[in-house]
Design a protein around this ligand. Structure first.
Ligand code: F6P
Length: 562
């Protein structure tokens, strides 16, 4: 059975593979200790390579039969056809009637992909080259502010995909950031965000990048106006610029650039279209860090490193496109997530980077995975036929160990975890003769072993533990983990990691039959906020139209506000 491309999704629960997986699940007696003892090649058999990433699946609740049934499921829901349709630029985002082509953003110069009669690859590279030229000007000091000073701080103003990707990558690639150049990120409409992020900045050396795909987002446009006012007030207060529109416009031109698909709206905001970087409606916000939305990253780490970052994405794109599913790492990870979400009813999935530089990676993945797959209808409008969209969460190790690992080890819920680590630290520090990175990685290896193999009552008792306390000290084990390792956290490896999770998310969405590229679920709250705002601002008629809970909360707010 092959999946039908656009007209109707295959119901995964009706496939023969689903029936087989159900039987395998019912017969399964998880026993990672026994499985490893019985098969000395288990780690080897279940370890795969994708680009520079080594991925060990062996501590999952799988065997060869389960993996092959999962691969059959991929075949029977038409994963290959859907993947190829995406890569070819078909309009698989049906509810927005758009192609889904983030993979084109990292296709090498000279390749070609024609969408609606236009080869998009030269366009992608023309914007990249414009962004690189701008980045070089800022980095070299050729780009100067209104008073002739070079730029020391770039401030990205954006939210969601126009923030989470750039901030995560900027944090992850700190060792590659040019000394003397820093980036900050303003996202929240809470005025605290703009106030705190600008309070110690010098307007003369600050450059704002307003990043918004639509250039209509309330938070971003409000923050951009606040930033413009902060800039002009600061420059005027120090006498750096004259009063009046002409001086203001000239200053804005030197201190504001924009990234958007809506260049007309950029111009209406007062930013010179010369200083704007475009992208396309076929790039989803949460898939856009490798477009000009990454301008703050390109400025701070430099064009060469940014190009390496894109090359990493591309390596995983090729792996996903060309590798058979039985050793296709993103496909297998997506299928494993389905195995846990739908058969074991795991509602959440932890991503635990043993790399402080990846401390924003779980937050980034929350938008990527949950905005993509948090859906209750399929792409033809019919209801989904099984659970979708796990909650993704996590913190860097070892911080998480001292916080929530208790629940992962001994709680009642199954939480599949991805552990991520690199062999070479950016800072090889030594403490008392110990390489501290080795202590750190010992924790990574220890945790995945403890989760897999646990500790039996006999082992606890053998340590002299009193009988009454033994149950509390038993670790059941058989808690599934996937370990992802690379040599170092380079721009290329980071690009590979992001692309890996993009394609994992895609694979899950295909199995569930959903459109992983729309996000209608964020709209209602946006509309209501605009409707409620007059009531908050004191309009009694608007207040009277609200439900009683909302009325009473707003009344409390108004009574307390100074
Ligand atoms: O509200 C959700 C969303 O549309 C995200 O998908 C997107 O990344 C974010 O808002 C920001 O949108 P924009 O880049 O258009 O400002």
């Amino acid at each position: 059975m092959e999946g039908n491309l656009m007209s109707e999704p295959v119901d995964p629960t009706t496939t023969p593979a689903w029936g087989r997986l159900t039987a395998l699940y019912e017969a399964l007696q998880p026993d990672l200790r026994g499985w490893f003892a019985a098969d000395s090649s288990r780690a080897k058999s279940f370890t795969f390579q994708a680009g520079d990433l080594l991925v060990d699946f062996s501590k999952n609740l799988i065997n060869a039969d389960i993996l092959s049934a999962l691969v059959d499921l991929a075949d029977q829901v038409g994963l290959a056809d859907r993947r190829d349709a995406m890569l070819a630029g078909e309009r698989i985002n049906v509810t927005e009637d758009r192609a889904v082509l983030h993979t084109a953003l990292r296709a090498p110069e000279g390749s070609s992909l024609v969408v609606d009669g236009v080869d998009v690859i030269p366009e992608v590279h023309s914007v990249l080259n414009k962004m690189y030229a701008f980045a070089n000007k800022v980095r070299s000091g050729e780009w100067i502010g209104a008073t002739g000073k070079p730029i020391a701080t770039v401030v990205n103003i954006g939210i969601g995909g126009s923030d989470l990707g750039p901030v995560m990558v900027y944090e992850a690639l700190q060792p590659y950031v040019k000394p003397g150049l820093t980036a900050r990120f303003i996202s929240n409409i809470d005025p605290t965000d703009v106030a705190e992020k600008t309070k110690d900045l010098d307007p003369e050396t600050t450059l704002f990048i307003v990043a918004s795909k639509t250039f209509t987002t309330l938070e971003t446009l409000t923050n951009a106006r606040l930033a413009r006012a902060w800039l002009l007030d600061g420059l005027r207060a120090s006498g750096a610029i004259e009063e009046g529109d002409e001086a203001a416009n000239a200053a804005v031109a030197k201190h504001f650039v924009a990234v958007s698909t809506a260049l007309d709206k950029v111009a209406a905001f007062g930013i010179d279209p010369e200083n704007a970087f475009g992208f396309w409606d076929w790039v989803g916000g949460r898939y856009s860090v490798d477009s000009a939305i990454g301008t703050s990253v390109a400025v701070t780490i430099g064009p060469e490193n940014f190009a390496d970052f894109l090359a990493g994405f591309h390596a995983i794109d090729r792996h996903f496109a060309e590798t058979e599913f039985s050793s296709n790492v993103p496909a297998l990870m997506g299928l494993l997530n389905v195995w846990y979400a739908n058969f074991f009813e795991a509602a959440t999935h932890a991503v635990l980077p043993y790399s402080q530089y990846l401390h924003r990676f779980p937050a980034y993945l929350q938008q990527l995975t949950m905005e993509s797959n948090g859906k209750r209808v399929r792409y033809d409008g019919s209801p989904v036929t099984t659970e979708t969209g796990e909650v993704f969460w996590g913190e860097p190790g070892t911080n998480g160990q001292h916080a929530f690992y208790q629940l992962i080890h001994q709680g009642t819920r199954m939480i599949p975890c991805d552990f991520i680590a690199v062999a070479n630290p950016a800072h090889p520090l030594v403490d008392g003769g110990n390489d501290v990175h080795e202590l750190f990685l010992a924790n990574f290896f220890a945790q995945t072993a403890a989760l897999a193999f646990g500790k039996t009552a006999e082992e606890v008792r053998a340590e002299g533990t009193a009988d009454a306390i033994v149950p509390a000290r038993v670790f059941p084990g058989n808690r599934p983990t996937t370990s992802i390792m690379a040599s170092e956290l380079s721009p290329r490896v980071l690009g590979e990691l992001i692309a890996l999770y993009e394609h994992i998310t895609f694979t899950e969405g295909v199995v569930w039959g959903i459109d992983s590229f729309d996000q209608w679920g964020v709209e209602l709250g946006k509309q209501l906020a605009l409707q409620i705002h007059p009531a908050v601002a004191g309009d009694e008629d608007a207040l009277a139209k609200q439900d009683s809970s909302t009325q009473s909360l707003i009344t409390y707010y108004r009574s307390q506000r100074n």
